[in-house]
Design a protein around this ligand. Structure first.
Ligand code: HEM
Length: 560
């Protein structure tokens, strides 16, 4: 063998040896990763194995395919009926997710130990990236400070002052619909129009900004499109959201580059939406700050006369103590957060009400009568806040719809420290019954809003029927005795505790103004198309059998 051959063989040997060593190091590092991210958390969850729940359908994805798809509502109902109020389901590699509808347990989770049961990292990190530092992206002291500054802005006093603006916007929709139907009944996609209404109500009432979505010749600008696309795009990205916390702290330029290189159009869309929303809210914010500096007269000359939520917040922030004052970035974050949280939720809730009223013409007629009488009593003028909230049947229709059909069916929480949660109904396990459940750190919980709002043991044998009348008499003791930890009408529709919906009074008012105006002007009847309501971050309507994923609500409208 020549020197050359020996050198050649040695080089090959060295190369093979290096590859072998490198693969050993990689294998070792990979095993450590698997141990710390998969095996260790699963071992911590051993105490949960005895909790009843459905069998896993896949070793890799557990029950995820049954839990996260548009028809999943039925699966959740079956889980509640079969396994009760605390149900064990499984996610990736056997990770246990607990589905909770026990009111006592929810009191601990949402109220008593709300700092232990926080939003998940994927929820916070992706929201922070897309919406900025608003209420949906912060926890702990920062969240508490934001809530403290924002809560007074949603007071009844401020809601009262919003009524004329809400009527002005609803009149615009009324005019557009009148022009569309002229003198004969027309089938329209009401969700589209209610979406525009909700967008204008929150953008003018929340930010003092108009998208001109209800102007006859108004063209939707890039900002309006971004807001509309934001919720559906984030919902579609749900699979990728759980990966984001692992990369979220990487330098933002690198993240952008990575995002741009990924062959996933939805990621490119969300990056674009985020940029458009940030640039535009920043512009509105800077203009508001400049007006505030100039003085009161200029400030009240803006859209919404400076009565919008962010204007009031900006004013309150100026006089707040140094410790409580919010930095500019936190206020900017609230702007996108309000647009995001306040548009699709309200428009879907309203859609559900109109859909039900179209199917129950007797309820629609009774509501119309009540509203017409109130309008006549007010000299045919728009109703004021006190008149609106005093209408019992309007209140009953809203409450019953939001109870039976909460737009948000489920919210997630992650347990941040080992803890025990008492339950009101003993959990039956293979080895006996449990009066409390030990929840290990890192476990994800799903608060089953739908199951609590429809529980026959709380609401009676007719719990799953839509009966506005149930709210016209005192509620049964089973409802009040259940101590449901929600901020609204003994339901969990707007959740409860420090992360409950801050906009629930705003949303109530939007719905009541819209109903008072539209029900007295138009009559609504069902389309020939059959509707299905798809489960997701928000439950949305679409036409049965349609391949389109775009939510839609075809409904026939005529003059009343
Ligand atoms: C029918 C309409 C609405 C429903 C059903 C609804 C429901 C909810 C729910 C269930 C949460 C808790 C989310 C979680 O913990 O993950 C929430 C939070 C929130 N909602 Fe609403 N919402 C509605 C309308 C609105 C409106 C109109 C606004 C704004 C004006 C709004 C602003 C917010 C904000 C900012 C949060 C986050 C609160 C926090 O974390 O402190 N919502 N909403």
């Amino acid at each position: 063998m020549s020197i050359f051959d020996t050198f050649f063989v040695q080089s090959i040997y060295c190369g093979v040896y290096s590859i072998w060593r490198a693969s050993q190091v990689l294998l070792f590092a990979g095993s450590l990763l698997v141990l710390s991210y998969v095996v260790r958390p699963r071992l911590r969850q051993i105490p949960l194995w005895k909790i009843p729940g459905p069998p896993r359908v896949s070793l890799l994805t557990g029950n995820r395919t049954q839990m996260f798809h548009p028809g999943a509502a039925k699966f959740y109902d079956e889980l509640h009926e079969t396994y009760g109020y605390v149900v064990k389901t499984s996610s990736f590699f056997g990770d246990i997710i607990l589905l909770i509808s026990d009111p006592k347990a929810l009191n601990t989770i949402l109220l008593k130990e709300q700092d232990v049961f926080e939003e998940s990292d994927w929820f916070l990190e992706t929201n922070r990236h897309v919406l900025g530092l608003g209420l949906l992206s912060t926890i702990g002291e920062q969240h508490r400070k934001q809530r403290k500054m924002l809560t007074p802005v949603f007071s009844i006093k401020h809601m009262r002052s919003m009524v004329p603006l809400f009527y002005k916007i609803t009149h615009q929709l009324q005019d557009v619909l009148k022009a569309r139907i002229e003198n004969c009944p027309q089938e329209l996609d009401l969700l589209d129009w209610l979406g525009r209404l909700a967008l204008e109500l929150i953008s003018q009432g929340g930010l003092g900004y108009t998208f001109n979505s209800l102007d006859p010749g108004g063209e939707e600008n890039e900002f309006g499109k971004a807001i509309k696309e934001c919720f559906p795009t984030i919902s579609k990205l749900v699979k990728f959201r759980s990966i984001y916390p692992f990369v979220s702290r990487w330098p933002s330029r690198f993240l952008r580059l990575m995002g741009a290189c990924l062959p996933i159009p939805m990621v490119h869309n969300i990056m674009h939406i985020k940029d458009v929303m940030y640039d535009n809210t920043k512009k509105v914010f800077d203009e508001k700050k400049a007006l505030l500096k100039k003085g009161d007269e200029d400030f009240t000359n803006q859209v919404g006369e400076g009565k919008d939520i962010i204007s009031i917040l900006l004013k309150a922030n100026v006089i707040a103590s140094k410790e409580e004052r919010l930095p500019d970035e936190d206020i900017l974050g609230q702007m996108t957060t309000l647009l995001f949280a306040g548009t699709d939720t309200t428009s879907t809730a309203l859609s559900r009400i109109f859909s039900l009223l179209s199917l129950h013409s007797d309820v629609q007629e009774k509501l119309r009568e009540e509203l017409k009488e109130a309008h006549e009593a007010a000299g045919c003028a728009d109703l004021n806040y006190d008149d609106l909230v005093a209408l019992p049947y309007l209140e009953a229709v809203c409450r019953e719809t939001l109870r039976l059909y909460p737009p948000v069916n489920m919210v997630a929480r992650v347990c941040r420290a080992d803890t025990s949660v008492p339950v009101s109904r003993p959990i039956r396990t293979s080895s006996g019954t449990l009066s409390s459940v030990f929840i290990p750190k890192g476990t994800t919980l799903l608060v089953n809003i739908n199951a609590v709002n429809r529980d026959p043991s709380i609401w009676g044998a007719d719990a799953v029927e839509w009966k506005p009348e149930r709210w016209l008499a005192p509620l049964p003791a089973s409802v009040t005795d259940a101590h449901i930890p929600g901020v609204y009408s003994n339901t969990l529709t707007f959740l409860g505790g420090g992360r409950s919906c801050i906009g629930f009074k705003f949303s109530q008012l939007e719905m009541k103004v819209a109903l008072s105006q539209l029900i007295t002007t138009f009559r609504f009847s069902p389309s020939k198309e059959e509707l299905v309501w798809r489960f997701g971050s928000i439950v949305t309507p679409s036409v049965k059998g349609s391949n389109s994923l775009r939510p839609t609500l075809p409904i026939v409208i005529e003059k009343a």
